[in-house]
Design a protein around this ligand. Structure first.
Ligand code: ADP
Ligand code: ZN
Length: 291
């Protein structure tokens, strides 16, 4: 059997066709445009393949409650054309096969949990630090949803004493995303984040904010694995600084074998950019197996 997987982001949409073993047989990438155009492109691509279900990892906010009348609708997004757009319904009306939708970061977390750095664990956090910051949460083997879905990129942190940058989040200014996304780094130093040398003092501030957030997730979700990806974490030298600062913030309050072996606990993403697609694939496959 073949399965479809879709990952929609602010700038691009990726569609994949995978077989039972997870082999990626075909892939399409195109820039995110109007919702109707995007739906046409997605449905057009999948019409060339005999797929039995589609899983979607969508940018948020999105209604991920399967029992809701508006399941699969994009909610109050700044992308005006997508606001309140019944994305899942429109795709279903074109393709008439079972579909399932979750957030892009929950899908990324599911992908890493099933096939990547979180394999073998049931409670995993995935953090992406890129243009924005998103946090996916897997609890007891399933992505966490609730009133809406977790929005862990917007938690409030303690300001680093060496940081005077006002923050970039349009809603909260100096939340985690406002202080530590790629654009926040660029706003603080006046240059794109990828141009900065390893010894730039701004990395210490960046690692501090990521470590504070990770400490909060450890205290609230008690994950068995913490995976960090996204463009900014291409800077692998951040990992040892983050791990040391997490130990400092927790200050011995939590003592577990995982924290003793922290280099195996807080780890880079393994599915380099494809985690969302693999998570969406896993959801599609599970949907069929459930019957
Ligand atoms: P997106 O979040 O848009 O899906 P990315 O995860 O690639 O995409 O994140 C893009 C952000 O990451 C940009 O702000 C960019 O400056 C930053 N970035 C990309 N590569 C690097 C790098 N090697 N070092 C530091 N920052 C980077
Ligand atoms: Zn915010």
């Amino acid at each position: 059997m073949l399965y479809g997987a879709v990952e929609t982001g602010g700038t691009k949409i990726i569609c994949g066709v995978m077989d039972e073993t997870g082999e990626l047989l075909d892939i399409l990438r195109f820039p995110t445009d109007t919702p109707e155009y995007s739906v046409e492109k997605i449905a057009g691509f999948f019409s060339n393949h005999n797929i039995c279900a589609v899983g979607i990892g969508s940018f948020g906010p999105v209604d991920v409650n399967e029992a809701s009348d508006t399941y699969g609708n994009i909610l109050d997004t700044p992308k005006l054309q997508w606001r309140n757009y019944p994305f899942l319904q429109r795709l279903k009306s074109k393709m008439k096969i079972p579909m399932v939708i979750d957030t892009d970061v929950n899908c990324a977390c599911i992908g890493e949990t099933e096939y990547g750095a979180g394999k073998g664990f049931d409670n995993v956090i995935y953090i992406t630090v890129g243009t924005g910051i998103g946090v996916g949460v897997v609890v007891n083997g399933r992505s966490l949803k609730g009133m809406l879905h977790p929005e862990g990129g917007h938690i409030l942190l303690r300001r680093n004493p060496n940081d005077i940058y006002e923050g970039k989040c349009p809603y909260h200014k100096d939340c985690f995303e406002g202080l530590a996304s790629g654009p926040a780094l660029a706003g603080r130093v006046g240059r794109p984040a990828f141009e900065l040398d390893e010894d730039n003092p701004v990395w210490d501030i960046e690692a501090d904010y990521i470590a504070q957030a990770v400490s909060n997730y450890i205290l609230t979700y008690s994950p068995e694995k913490i995976i960090i990806g996204g463009g900014v974490l291409e800077q692998e030298h951040l990992f040892p600084i983050i791990r040391n600062k997490v130990k400092e913030y927790l200050n011995g309050y939590i003592r577990t074998p995982q924290l003793e072996q922290i280099e195996d606990y807080i780890v880079p993403a393994r599915l380099k950019g494809n985690q969302g697609l693999y998570g969406a694939y896993f959801l599609a496959k599970t949907l069929i197996q459930k019957g």
